[in-house]
Write a protein that binds this ligand. Sequence first.
Ligand SMILES: Nc1ncnc2c1ncn2[C@@H]1O[C@H](COP(=O)(O)OP(=O)(O)OP(=O)(O)O)[C@@H](O)[C@H]1O
Length: 254
Amino acid sequence: MTALLTVTNLSRRFGGVHALRRVCLDVAPGETHAVIGPNGAGKSTLFRLIGGQLTASAGGIVYDGQRIDRLPPHRRARLGIAIAFQDAPVFRGMTVVENAMVGAHAVTRAGPLSAVLRLPRHRREEKEIRTAAAAALDRAGLAAWADRPAEDLPLGRQRALQMARALCGRPRLLLLDEPASGLRGPERTALAGLIEELRAEGLSILLVEHDVGFVSRLADRVTVLDLGRVLATGPFPEIRTDPVVISAYLGAPA
Ligand SMILES: Nc1ncnc2c1ncn2[C@@H]1O[C@H](COP(=O)(O)OP(=O)(O)OP(=O)(O)O)[C@@H](O)[C@H]1O
């Protein structure tokens, strides 16, 4: 099956630091693909290169048959790539539903500014976006919080809001940056359930996550990065027993 996303020989240097070295990776339609690796392995750099927040020193990124590595982030968003960054801001002074709506404004002509300024000329589009945002909040378990100030959300719920914001733009490829980090038991279970649901609906997901238990439950395939290089790619059971991965990252199986 043709991949939805193909990353080929992607490299990025920061001065003398090789953050990524000739990384190759692909995400098939409907696949959940996890990227794991120790601190400094290059996971965030890879995400920012795919999202367009950084440009590559070399290599290419093809999405849905089109080179995207020179496109700005908003053009990639309009093509259906959404990112839920772990540290994305919650906009204070706006309600939870208005925060989620920003995700749809990123992919419409109205633009994020109209969400902030509430310009009247976009009312019809606003109504559709509000409906999409309400649906996304519902999926993320935040329906009861929709009209509350976003700054009232506890940390775990803020993470769910990043997810709702990303879903609000109805993406085809969802990039999740350490979605389980800082979440406690029930929140983590709810998030894993939502990711499983999205996968069952055919959404393609690329996931960076430190929590190996989370990855083993959710990912169809796992790519292991270390010092900017791909150590291995494959289903988790294979990765778990790969001697190279064990010595570099995972430790011996129990
Ligand atoms: N803006 C930057 N300027 C200089 N060096 C950077 C920059 N961003 C990342 N690096 C370096 O690139 C390498 C990869 O960093 P990156 O943040 O991508 O790793 P990571 O796998 O996401 O780590 P973590 O799990 O700690 O988030 C590291 O050596 C880091 O210090």
